[in-house]
Design a binder for this molecule. Structure first.
Ligand code: FES
Length: 96
């Protein structure tokens, strides 16, 4: 199974996780500071900046897209409870 390497800019921790893992789960594993609420793509609390490697995340679902639009999110922001890693290297900054 492909693996992805995710680095968190807030605590500098890098973890390797299987493809399909959601960013919020990776953050918990790494002890990083992504906060969350619903974990269902609805509340927007988990909005996170993708510093690099955004192409290594699965495309946003219709639900995520809608929430991002409602929040006027920037192009480099994703919902950590929805965004799944695909492989490669990704750097995220929970402190958006
Ligand atoms: S925790 Fe609510 S949208 Fe991610």
């Amino acid at each position: 199974m492909p693996k992805a390497k995710v680095t968190f800019a807030d605590n500098g921790v890098t973890v390797t996780v299987p493809a399909g893992t959601r960013l919020i789960e990776v953050s918990e594993q790494a002890g990083a500071g992504i906060v969350y609420g619903c974990r269902e793509g609805d509340c927007g609390a988990c909005l996170t900046q993708v510093v690099s490697g955004g192409e290594n995340l699965a495309e946003a679902s219709v639900l995520e897209d809608e929430t991002l639009k409602n929040m006027l999110a920037r192009r480099d922001q994703r919902l950590a409870c929805q965004a799944q890693v695909l492989g490669g290297e990704i750097v995220v900054n929970p402190l958006t």
